[in-house]
Design a protein around this ligand. Structure first.
Ligand SMILES: [Mn+2]
Length: 301
């Protein structure tokens, strides 16, 4: 597990994170800055032109180097592999600068991945002692989520992502499940990222149930926070055995789906969770086709 960094309050602890592998990254432009490609054209991995692009909110990290800490930006490779597996092209968007319009115009879909906690100030609570935040990631996710929702782009929100989605739409979180909502389910057993920690009851007829093709699953669980009050714009679609909401969707959107578990760790061995990425991929391709058709109509074709 990545060592958590406390950003709020200026008490930054020395960060020690697993080396992040950048996959394909378009840096946001800075006004007045000379635009340099992140990697040379010759070295750049080619992304097939027909591959829809999914923006991935990406956290600032660092790792120790011989001359001290080296700032990096990254996300767990498992998310990128899962998106690629679904025929999608991930584009990493690092926290720290606002994404510019060109980048947002590329967005066929959005992935909000796991990570540290959402700043509880965003839902009107003082921080619990175990809460660790990254305010720049909070900001970036809003800057990506707002245009995605405004334009009906598909969104897949995983772990921290489902929590960020719930808070962005007006909901709250339980900041420490073990402390504030103790019960029969251990949501962070810390015995492996693919360990099937608890069951999941999925609402029949929900987008999640349609996607995974099941209403009863076993899932991994790597979180210490969870959804408290559900946001008005969301409906619950899955629950752990202790009643914790672990799946949501936005009924007024083409495809906005959140899960508290980590399907990106399990998609190779779990057909239902593989189908979740497949359904996201299908939704992203449909959204892009619709957008292209609207563009063609606007151009008078
Ligand atoms: Mn759980």
């Amino acid at each position: 597990m990545v060592r958590r960094r406390r950003v709020a309050g200026g008490s930054a602890a020395p960060a020690r994170a697993a080396p992040a592998r950048l996959f394909w990254c378009l840096p946001p432009s800075r006004p007045g800055a000379r635009q340099e490609p992140a990697i040379s054209t010759r070295e750049a991995p080619t992304v097939p032109a027909d591959r829809p692009l999914v923006l991935v909110a990406c956290t600032a990290t660092s790792r120790p180097g011989p001359q001290g800490e080296v700032a990096q930006a990254g996300v767990n490779r498992a998310y990128l592999d899962a998106l690629e597996g679904a025929g999608l092209g991930p584009v990493l968007v690092p926290a720290g600068q606002p994404p510019d319009g060109r980048l947002l115009a590329l967005m066929d879909g959005l992935l909000l991945p796991g990570g540290v906690d959402v700043d509880p100030a965003r839902y009107g609570q003082a921080p619990h002692p175990s809460t660790e935040v990254d305010v720049e990631l909070d900001r970036l996710e809003r800057q990506l989520l707002e245009p995605a929702l405004a334009e009906g782009r598909p969104v897949l929100a995983i772990c921290r992502g489902i929590q960020a989605l719930n808070v962005a739409l007006g909901g709250t979180l339980v900041q420490d499940l073990a402390d504030l909502r103790p019960g029969p389910v251990d949501h962070r057993p810390d015995i492996g990222r693919r360990h099937l920690a608890h069951g999941l009851r999925v609402e029949p007829g929900s987008r999640l149930a349609d996607a995974v093709g099941a209403t009863d699953l076993r899932v991994n669980s790597l979180h210490h926070q969870g959804i408290g009050r559900l946001a008005p714009g969301l409906r619950a679609t899955a629950w752990a055995e202790d009643g914790l909401i672990e799946g949501v969707e936005a009924p007024d959107q083409p495809f906005v789906v959140g899960v508290q578990c980590h399907p990106e760790e399990l998609w190779r061995e779990s057909a239902p969770l593989r189908r979740l990425f497949g359904a996201f991929g299908a939704a992203v391709r449909t959204a892009r086709a619709n957008r292209a058709a609207r563009g063609a109509a606007a151009a008078g074709w």
